[in-house]
Each structure stands twice: as C-alpha cells, then as structure tokens.
Design a protein around this ligand. Structure first.
Ligand SMILES: C[S@@+](CC[C@H](N)C(=O)[O-])C[C@H]1O[C@@H](n2cnc3c(N)ncnc32)[C@H](O)[C@@H]1O
Length: 471
C-alpha cells in the first residue's frame, strides 16, 4: 500500500496520536444575553479542539479550514487609524517545511474528524504548495471513499505579476470536500448559479418558450446521458419538451429574481469563478479587514448554505479574520472559531462586535493564548440627574505597541469599550458595547445601573485589553 511518511508520524513504531487532553478552556468574555450560539477560542487549534471533544464530539455539521499553506513566508495585518497612522503587525508565520507542516496538520485533522457528526462534512482550503500533501492526508484520515469534491476557486484575476511570471498565473486555490461517512448527503441546499436572461424585442426572455401549464418560461437542453427511466420520471414532472420532429429535450424553467427579471438557474460544478464567490479585492471595501489571507464572505456563504441548515454547528480552527464565524452568525448557524494569533483574534472580535443582531457568543482562551491585558484606563462614575453613568476619562496604551503612541489623542487608541454593570467578579459580560459612530467619534459615557459594581474593559486598536473596576 502506498503511504505518505513524515518525521514524527510514528513514535516507537506506533502511529502518533493527537493528544486528547490538555489545558482547560477558560471563559473570558460573554456577548449578548441568553444561551451562546458562538464561541471564539484564543489559543492553539489542537488544544482548543481537544477541549471541545467531551462536549462536542460527533456534533459538528461543517468544518471549514484554511490553514497556513507552508508558503515559507509570513503574513501581516494592516489597519489604518486616525492621524494617518498605519498599524502593521505580523499576523502569523508560515514556514514549517514539508515534514513540519504534515506533523502540524495530521493531529488537527484527527481531532476535527472526531468532532464531525456522522452526516458532517469537511472543507479544507489550500493552494498549489500544499494541495497534493493535504489530499493524501485527508484520504488517510477520512478514507478515500469519503472524498466528495475538489473545488477550484479563482482567488485572483490573472493580472500583473501573476500573468507576467515564467509560468501560467497561479490564480486558483483548491478546496477539498470530504464527508464523515461515504456518500452522506450535504445538509443544506446545493449551490446554484443564477444568470439574468436578456429580453428580446418582444420583451420575452431571449430563446425561451412559454409553458402554459406552469405559466413560466423555459429553455431546453439535449437529453444527454439521461436514461429512458429518467426521461419517464422527468416527463411525469412536466420537464420534457417534444419537438415537432420528435426530438426529446429537457426543460429548464426560468425563475424571477427579487426585482422581477427572468433568470436561468444552473447547478454549480467544481469550478468556482462566478460573481458570488469573487475574490476579496472585488468585494465592497468595507469587507476588507486588512488581514492578508482573508477569504471573501461570498465563498464561505456558499459553503455554509450548502453544508448546513440554520442551527447547525460550524467549526473553523484557523479563523484568521473571522470570515467563517461572521458568515455562520449572519446565516443563523452556531459556530466555533479558533486562532492562536493576536491579530486574528482581535480582528475576529472586532468583526463580531460590529455584526448587528448577532446571537450571543463567548470568547474563551486555552493554554498559552494571545490575549494581552496591557495599558491602563481611568474612569469616572457619576449621575447626570436622570441616570447613573461611567465615563472613560483616559487611556494609556501598552508600551509594546509603539504605533499607538504616535496617535493624536488617547481616544484614537481605543477601538471599543465594554461595560459590565452587574460584575460578579468572575465572568466578564459585555452588557454594553461602545464603539465608534459612523462619524468616527467614540462615545465616552455609558449608562449603568445605579449602585452596581461596574467593570469596564477597554480594547485598544491593537487588540490589547485594559480592565478597570469601579465600586
Ligand atoms: C490562512 S489564515 C486563515 C484566514 C481566514 N480563512 C480568513 O478568512 O481570514 C490561517 C490562520 O491560521 C492561524 N494559525 C496558525 N497556526 C495556528 C495554530 N497553531 N492554532 C490556531 N491557529 C493557527 C493563523 O494565525 C492564521 O490566522
């Protein structure tokens, strides 16, 4: 039998196994009232996944991973702040070498496999550097019979340096799809592509015929390799068109979009280069969070809607800028996102805090996590005649973030501040979240319950936190 072997795959002649015990997960912050539907874990992927096993083994409907690809480089996170200051910091290193990369991925896949439900599915995103190795790893872990698809996603147009290099433009990423059980149906709706059909001179969709029974336009395509039995079934559904010469073809009904235009809907194949999944650079600028390897929400939305139903659980243990968590939250799925990088965790937290109407979610840490309590804030407590308030009166950022020292005012260094006005001394609950308004101004006062012990968490623009309690 052919086998991929790497340094560390066997220990003392035994196949190395992922550790299923490790440091406990510690709840760090809660957002929203009620049962949590999301969990962001700051820490290493294996420690986080191992901590989930007792409660979540066999329950996850979708795993999407977009791990480091062993590019040999390092990636950045860039954020423009007030006063023309750009905060540029390392997001993560990506140079493990082939053996190191395989030894990094193998236990990750073992733990993810254990978390998947029997009808769960894993989407693993990679590029030309790691796809051959990842495919073999996945075949070994899931079994070749669980392979479902190899999707080619156009991640960039063939322009500039790509197009002028000595080989053809490397503009595609690969996404492997494996189900936990061979042949299991994906739980959501199969993705379809919708194309607007132009109207002819009579105002009818070009090349379409009218079906008086269905009261809809349709186009036709040859029967191809449909068997006679399939044709009989389609005929019973009113989907067969017989031409006057006796030729049989299949009807494809047009549908109206939200604005009433006639559209042709076609099932999607494994080449994903259409408008819905276009690269980040062609998405609205507001979506770009400056995280180097950020993926577009359209791509994740297609995957999430295909693989899950509302209420299902989605896991991403290489969260980066939080694309999977944001899409899952927006489409009413439960989610767990993990990342070990400070830039990733702070970007994901900011993204989730900015989502209107998101269900309650928690932030937890595991092991040696990247959250930093640094900097210091001062508060004033008062009463304005109608209600009690706390006022943020000053903030000194952490000295380890020199870019923040060049900001014009101390408020420029504050990204957001959270207030827990029923502080129980244990779990911080962000009962009020104070963020910049559309004019960029940061409100400095927040209403609080009179007489309550108040804890305030100030999060600076680099993601570090400063906590203050006022009795
Ligand atoms: C390609 S990026 C993911 C980008 C993400 N899909 C997005 O849309 O923003 C890979 C991520 O893996 C994270 N990572 C690297 N090593 C890790 C580890 N040991 N545990 C958890 N996350 C890790 C990096 O910090 C980085 O954010």
């Amino acid at each position: 039998m052919a086998e991929l072997v790497w340094e560390g795959k066997y220990r003392d002649g035994q196949r190395a196994r992922a550790s299923t015990s490790g440091p406990p997960r510690v709840l760090h912050e809660r957002h929203g009232e009620g049962a949590s539907e999301g969990l962001l874990v700051a820490g290493d992927r294996c420690e986080a996944l191992a901590s989930l096993l007792p409660s979540h083994a066999g329950t996850v409907s979708l795993v999407y991973i977009d791990p480091p690809y062993d590019t040999g480089g390092s990636f950045q996170s860039t954020r423009r702040l007030g006063n023309d200051v750009t905060l540029r910091r390392k997001a993560y290193d990506d140079a493990r070498g082939t053996d190191g990369w395989l030894a990094f991925m193998d236990p990750t896949l073992e733990l993810l496999h254990a978390l998947l439900a029997p009808d769960g599915v894993l989407f693993a995103h990679c590029d030309w550097r790691s796809n051959a190795y990842l495919r073999v790893l996945l075949d070994e872990r899931f079994g070749a019979g669980c392979f479902r698809n190899e999707i080619a996603w156009r991640r960039a147009p063939n322009l500039g340096r790509q197009a002028a290099s000595r080989q053809l433009g490397r503009t595609l990423d690969t996404i492997f799809v494996y189900s936990r059980t061979p042949g299991a149906a994906l739980r959501g709706e199969a993705p379809r592509r919708s194309t607007i059909v132009p109207l002819d001179a009579r105002g009818r969709p070009e090349g379409a015929r009218w079906d008086p029974l269905r009261e809809a336009f349709f186009t036709t395509a040859p029967r191809g390799d449909y068997t006679d039995a399939s044709i009989a079934r389609l005929r019973a559904e009113g989907r067969v068109h017989d031409s006057p010469s006796g030729k049989v073809s299949i009807k494809y009904f047009l549908v109206r979009d939200a604005t009433g235009r006639w559209c042709k809907e076609q099932p999607i194949d494994t080449l994903w280069d259409d408008a819905e999944v276009r690269p980040l650079r062609h998405r609205p600028r507001s979506e770009d969070l400056g995280y180097d390897t950020q993926k577009p929400e359209g791509l994740l939305e297609r995957i999430v809607r295909w693989a899950t139903r509302p209420g299902d659980l989605v896991v991403d243990c290489f969260s980066g800028s939080g694309t999977t968590a944001a899409v899952a939250a927006r489409t009413a799925r439960r989610w767990i996102a993990v990342d070990s990088g400070e830039a990733a965790v702070s970007t994901t937290r900011r993204r989730l805090v900015g989502l209107d109407g998101a269900a309650p979610w928690d932030l937890a840490t595991v092991g040696a996590h990247p959250l930093r309590n640094a900097g210091s804030a001062t508060l004033r407590r008062g009463f304005d005649g109608a209600s009690a308030f706390v006022e943020l009166t000053g903030f000194a950022p952490d000295a380890a973030s020199p870019a923040l020292a060049s900001l014009a005012t101390w408020t420029d260094a504050v990204d957001a501040w959270f207030v827990d006005d029923a502080w129980d001394g244990e779990v911080f609950r962000a009962r009020s979240v104070i963020r910049r308004g559309s004019d960029g101004a940061l409100p400095l006062r927040a209403r609080v319950r009179p007489g309550a012990v108040v804890r305030v968490r100030v999060v600076d623009v680099a993601g570090a936190e400063a906590d203050v309690t006022v009795e």
